[in-house]
Design a binder for this molecule. Sequence first.
Ligand code: ZN
Length: 676
Amino acid sequence: MRCLTLLTLAVLGTAGAHANPASENFTYEADRFADIQVLRYQVPGFEQLSLQQKKLAYYLTQAGLAGRDIFWDQKYRHNLVIRKTLEAVLQSYKGERSGAEWDAFVVYAKQVFFANGIHHHYASNKILPKFPEPYLAKLLAQSDAKLLPLEGKSVAAFARELTPILFDPTIAAKTTNLDDGVDHVAASANNFYRDVTAEEVDAFYKDLAQKSGNPRLSYGLNSQLAKIDGRIVERVWKIGGMYGPAIERIVGWLEKAATVAETETQRRSIEHLIRHYRTGDIAEFDEHCIAWVSDTTPTIDFVNGFIETYVDAVGKKGSFESVVSMRDVEATKRIAAISDQAQWFEDNSPIQSGHKKANVTGISAKVITVIGEVGDAAPSTPIGINLPNAEWIREQHGSKSVSLGNIIEAYNVVSSKSPATEEFAASPEIAARLKKWGALASDLHTDMHEVIGHASGQINPGVAPVDQTLKNYAGTLEEARADLVALYFSLDPKLVEIGVMPSLDVGKAEYDKYITNGLLTQLFRVQPGHNLEEAHMRNRQLVVAWAFEKGKADNVIERFTRDGKTYFRVNDYEKLRVLFGQLLREIQRIKSEGDFEAGKNLVENYGVKVDQTLLAEVHRRYAPLNIAPFMGFIQPKLVPVKKDGDIVDVKIEYPTDFLGQMLEYGREHSFLPVIN
Ligand code: ZN
């Protein structure tokens, strides 16, 4: 699971001191195009690592980059052809490299690089080029044919074939299609399935789980399911199988990494991962996860493999991703102070006593400093990660919950300059408090959401898991539950007592930010005419709209206009806290009892529909601020320093050119054929 909680924080600006201050003179902003801002991040403390740790980080980073092609191909089967075409044009086009058409081409190329393919990384819809169709043929005709993935075709024939794939909005419209009433497998453009229906997928894996005698394995996680000559077969992602050439490289780097592992458990976890990549055996991946989750001491840690299943509309296939990181010792103290008190929070939660856990366990939380991300984690990145995903491992061995500290830091610095705080805060005092405490408030919110939020509460005996009882509302309700735990305790003196915040002003800043975001600023990410679809966005509006309505008689949250602009102001923080507690109690009851009707009503009544007049106003107010709704990152580059063939040091560089990095990756880390 991953959490994107803070993404909107970057929209409503906050600032403040953050643990682990990095270089003051670092430029975070790197590029701005379409709806995207590209940032950079620092890795404070990298230089102080031991040589062994630096080598480990380097090998693991290379292992991640070796798999970059996989994620492109997973998202859409023509993505690699398209990427290599864009790379060829950018590197060899001999025509005029200026003017509106060229500029539109460059923006399109950047959008595709940012999304790892031609579908928007967040909205999943196809990105349509803004340059005219005939321009594509012109670009190809004047580029180096040797660099184009022609596969034996003439340049003209290749251009004809490519044109509808890029320009026809009805071809491969969405990489992940969750629309009501469609076949979610057949209607999704991703490459997890070929010529099969959702029904066939379901039947295939039910059958496989039944026959195996080991129904708890995540069947289908690492394969494409395809109908070939009328037979349904799994094409497994492993050495010698689909994606074999890239996986061979990944394994080569992992073998080097195993030789410099920090602990025995870490070495075993890497070796299980290698065996998984060699054999395709999911049981080996589970063994890797078990070793990985119990390995809590090393400084360097990593995620590598087919991990998250969000791109698959039916949630089976794992997207390739790699995250290499080091522990942030200072910031981890803050999160540890909260997780040490997990039982106190559970005991003092406003939920019914029968819904509380007697023993809250298995929370291993830390703040990490990211060193490199690839695949499903880049350039757009999560800010919190909670793994492994296999439910049985989580229950028996626990899970690791991490906050990506230096990523959050970069967001905080950039948004501290954002004029959005003044634009949307209800008063100058509230804006000032947000500037002072907003960053710390957000850090604490994320920590509590992950560490005591998702981990709290229990389901009544005999009630099925939430995906069966609450179905398509399960995600939104679960995110709301975790947010409400964080919100409820944000204003608790306990946080001051355990030393994670200096005063309750931090909690007030959190309430101000959450209210404004849930009712106003997050609408910036929604296109006019649309309603809310994404689970986190739905949950935020649900929480705030519910509290707004329930507190109306007491004027707890006030809506007013000034100079024709809408604002929301909290008039009574204590009463709002009580309301959050009531809603938390109700949502926990819904989860514990599996009350689908009540859950559906909450989400549909408060979390879906958007006030279109307000949405238009939000877009109007954002327009002059020139803020991008989406952000992502250029990755640092690790450069080994060699002497007589041995690595004697690893230097870290911070590239500034997004497109340059994308082209470099294409040249140096591409190992798959264009058609897989
Ligand atoms: Zn969450």
